[in-house]
Design a protein around this ligand. Structure first.
Ligand SMILES: *Cc1c(COP(=O)(O)O)cnc(C)c1O
Length: 387
């Protein structure tokens, strides 16, 4: 076992997911249908503990979900959206889809979530929305976020691609009443459908617009059309929409993954706790811990090499490969990416925290299907490289 290469991430798929997908194939309903509808309802039940009060829209990726949410909230040409530089390009690219401009914000040095003080300095008359990323499974403190948005009259779309499930000041992310919260079920995320995502919102009109735009700007989805009491060949195209609906095969897998999410979350937390203990004496800055009334989803376990380390980040990554462990870097800040850098004339000095932290950060494997032996292997490898 310890001779095997440990990948950075590996989906946690059991026979239950395989059976659920096979069932959809046998049932003959492959595209958005009964499983997608059930998945949306179960997602609401999961987040609200059955209380409801939010709407869920299943989509084929978080990127699609961000696009739908920004669109439904009226973002368009001339508008500015505050986006952390410390994120995946999706959070910003979906702003560009609508002809609006992302304005990048530097990071909090502890959590690497966006720094609201820095965001305040970058607000202009054109700023319409803030899209915080709850990085790694930690959260942007909710009250501070809500106060910031209300002070500057901004809409809020939370990029919760890492934060399923994360408690933020006593409530699960997705239930604080922000305009929209977007989740990813990409293969490496805390629950996976291969490709997939979900948007939740407390606003019925926003949910309705996203449902319409998710499927070509048609005002009823295919499933409703064929199964409502008055079957009808008629449909109305009310806008030039997109093709962002989630397949029933993916939704079937998602329903099983959602059911298993508490168990998978506990496993990731246990792995993180073992790492915290095993690495305490090494030249590493370990991940920030969540605030007292908040939790950590442990989508990522990022460590930062300190000045005492005898290797730099790139050498660490290379040495870990020799030790047969895959790692990754989250993230290459967007202000360093050619497109964003050149389009908005961004320089490293404009983002001092993110630029400095990027040089020394690396993410270690933390996925729920890791065996104890694999966790030991990673610990031994990190200790060998850093001792
Ligand atoms: C993975 C990720 C996304 C994109 O998710 P997809 O489902 O692949 O579109 C967006 N934002 C962040 C922060 C991510 O990590």
């Amino acid at each position: 076992m310890t001779d095997d290469f440990i990948p950075f991430a590996r989906p946690d798929i059991t026979e239950a997911e395989i059976d659920a997908v096979a069932d959809t194939m046998r049932n003959g309903w492959l595209t958005t249908g009964p499983n997608a509808a059930a998945f949306e309802q179960e997602f609401i039940d999961f987040l609200t503990d059955g209380a409801g009060g939010i709407h869920a829209v299943a989509v084929n990726s978080a990127t699609s979900g961000l696009h739908l949410a920004y669109e439904a909230l009226g973002i368009g040409p001339g508008d500015e959206v505050l986006v952390p530089t410390w994120t995946f390009t999706s959070t910003a690219e979906a702003v560009r889809y609508l002809g609006a401009d992302p304005v990048f914000v530097d990071s909090d040095p502890e959590t690497l979530c966006l720094d609201l003080d820095d965001a305040a300095r970058r607000v202009t008359e054109r700023t319409k929305l803030i899209a915080p990323v709850h990085y790694s499974g930690l959260s942007v403190p909710n009250q501070a976020l809500a106060d910031f948005a209300s002070a500057h009259h901004l809409k809020v779309v939370e990029d919760a691609a890492h934060a399923l499930p994360t408690l933020n000041e006593g409530k699960l992310i997705g239930t604080h009443g922000h305009d929209a919260t977007v989740y990813s079920f990409y293969a490496t995320k805390t629950m996976a459908t291969g490709e997939g995502g979900m948007v939740v919102t407390p606003h019925e009109d926003i949910a309705k617009r996203m449902r319409t735009m998710r499927l070509h700007g048609i005002n009823r989805d295919v499933f409703d059309r064929y199964t409502s009491r008055k079957p009808s060949w008629h449909y109305d195209v009310v806008a030039p929409g997109y093709k962002y609906n989630l397949t029933d095969t993916a939704a079937a897998m998602g329903r099983v993954q959602l059911h298993r999410l508490p168990e998978m979350t506990a496993r990731r937390a246990a792995i993180a706790a073992r790492y915290d203990e095993a690495f305490a004496d090494l030249p590493l800055q370990l991940p920030a811990q969540p605030a007292a009334d908040s939790s950590h989803a442990w989508h990522l376990y990022p460590v930062r090499l300190t000045e005492d380390a005898t290797v730099d980040r790139d050498e660490f990554v290379a040495r870990m490969v020799e030790e047969r462990v895959g790692t990754s870097v989250h993230f290459i800040p967007l202000h360093l990416q050619p497109y964003w850098r050149d389009t908005y004339q961004l320089a490293p000095e404009m983002y001092p925290v993110a630029s400095a932290e990027f040089a020394r950060i690396v993410s270690l494997p933390v996925f729920s299907s890791m065996s104890d032996q694999e966790v030991d292997h990673v610990i031994t490898a990190v200790r060998a490289v850093l001792s």
